[in-house]
Design a protein around this ligand. Sequence first.
Ligand code: NDP
Length: 234
Amino acid sequence: MARTVLVTGGNRGIGLAIAQRFAKQGDRVAVTHRGSDVASGLYGVRCDITDPAQVDAAFTEIEAELGPVEVLVANAGITADTLLLRMSEDQFGSVLETNLAGAWRCAKRAATKMLRARWGRMIFISSVAGLSGNPGQTNYAASKAGLVGLARSITRELGSRNITANVVAPGMIETDMTAELPEARRKQILDGIPGARFAQADEVAAAVGFLASDEAGYITGAVLPVDGGLGMGH
Ligand code: NDP
């Protein structure tokens, strides 16, 4: 059965791969963007998730055009890496505001209609860094760890209404975000990955697709790593 899906940050990178996977299986898929083009077959809605009014307006538009959001993939995220002692209030605040508060805001808005429908799937894109920590990423890791508490609290609040909330924790995926890494750092990270490679965005999309499926109805509050073993044990 076709569903209405919203992928935040679905205009590129991991979000785009996730959105295209849902579209390919026949779902109605909306993606947020901040002024860029959107791939064909996807419904683009302009939205900066740090702005509550834009989030509300985006959901209202999607509801009118595609129907209430049944599957929310909170994927949009940023980094602003630097060591703790050098990190500014703004570098900390902007990352938390986007990665954690933005996801919370979208989940809250989506929950209204999911509760009414007594069905919903929320999937939060976290990171191996949120579980293991990472030097230079106190802001990012804290935001990504926060998504675990968010998803698990939603699970406890809404679990009895057929609404699941899960976390996917990718390791190193080939996107614009990781393209910024210096070669030496890339090599150092690669040495720590049992799978001995970076992954493609499609491999994260496959995990998200599963968690959104009917078959995954009894999986909730879970953290699913897609990391080639990089974060094992967390
Ligand atoms: P990219 O940098 O390639 O894309 C980030 C996406 O987030 C873009 O679509 C961007 O939109 C969107 N975005 C950022 N800020 C906002 C905002 N305020 N409002 C709306 N959209 C916003 O990242 P990836 O595809 O690599 O990452 C996607 C997610 O996966 C992120 O949450 C990231 O933390 C996580 N992740 C990535 C890993 C990797 O190895 N790549 C590993 C682990 C986790 P715009 O185009 O307008 O900038």
